[in-house]
Design a protein around this ligand. Structure first.
Ligand SMILES: [Fe+2]
Length: 286
């Protein structure tokens, strides 16, 4: 092979990687799921945002807003990490104002991730950005589901926002949660309703299924950042290589989990074969 050809191939590969990084970081897709259940009394469309991390698609997140409006959702759910829990984080107030606009158009359920958890459970560690966060929450009237449950009575649906403690997000080696611990935090699941559990960390799936969730909505893993075709996501925020749960639909017993690949990025802004996504879940009555 001559040197010109080798240099040309290398240049082409570099341009392709840069183009992919740019594309995967600036665009998102809408991924649709359908779940059929005899527990609900009417069809419901749920838009799910996970791991926005203060990311913006257009001025005031208008691109994201446009796609959500197109779905005509009955409810919009955050599966956590809408903001970035770091002292130098930028755009926290803007993110909450975007969520507030969403909540004025649609019933909005703000499930928490580990980044929101930090502000609630580690108040001494963060000063400025935590203050900005709580000021914006107050100004916008938004409230997070901190181990709280809401109902959509006309659809026979309950939605519980789980906020697990820090140790359940431990890196490298999972500290497993138990169904009994979830009981203590949020009470028992309601077997007569279609019970949605917003639970940011998918690695605790066994506990969620044991608790009795019909549908778990998770995020956190960002699709494993780089997807190796035919294998899956490369690395999770827990620093697990080839995480078992990287994105998509999973079943355990009577529980279905839908795991978002995330709509934003955090710390390392790299996505390869792993487009950011907004979820559109159709709950169909059978
Ligand atoms: Fe997270």
């Amino acid at each position: 092979m001559n040197w010109y050809l080798a240099a040309g191939i290398l240049l082409l590969a570099a341009v392709t990687v840069v183009w992919m990084l740019h594309r995967e970081n600036r665009r998102f897709k809408v991924t649709e799921y359908t779940i059929e259940t005899g527990k609900i009394t009417k069809n419901i469309t749920v838009a799910v945002l996970a791991d926005l991390h203060n990311y913006k698609y257009g001025t005031d997140n208008e691109e994201l807003m446009r796609e959500i409006r197109k779905m005509r959702p009955d409810v919009v759910i955050s599966a956590g990490d809408m903001i970035e829990g770091a002292e130098n984080a930028k755009g926290t107030g803007e993110t909450l104002r975007f969520l507030s606009r969403l909540s004025k158009e649609f019933p909005f359920y703000y499930g928490m991730g580990n980044h929101e958890r930090k502000f609630v459970q580690e108040p001494d560690k963060y000063q400025k950005v935590r203050e900005e966060f709580f000021n914006a929450l107050e100004e916008t009237g938004l409230s997070m589901m901190d181990n709280e449950t809401c109902e959509i009575p006309d659809a026979n649906i309950k939605i519980t926002g789980l906020n697990l403690e820090k140790k359940y997000f431990r890196k490298v080696k999972l500290y497993p949660a138990s169904a009994a611990h979830i009981d203590r935090l949020v009470g028992k699941s309601d077997r007569d309703r279609f019970h949605i559990l917003i639970a940011h960390n998918p690695d605790q799936m066994e506990a969620y299924a044991g608790w009795g969730a019909d549908l778990v909505l998770s995020g956190h893993v960002h699709g494993g950042m780089i997807v190796i075709p035919g294998i899956g996501g490369l690395i999770s925020p827990q620093l697990t290589l080839f995480p078992k749960y990287d994105g998509g639909e999973y079943r355990m017993g009577n529980t279905t989990m839908i795991l978002s690949r995330g709509i934003g990025n955090h710390t390392v802004h790299v996505r390869i074969f792993n487009r950011a996504e907004l979820l559109c879940i159709h709950l169909k009555k059978i």
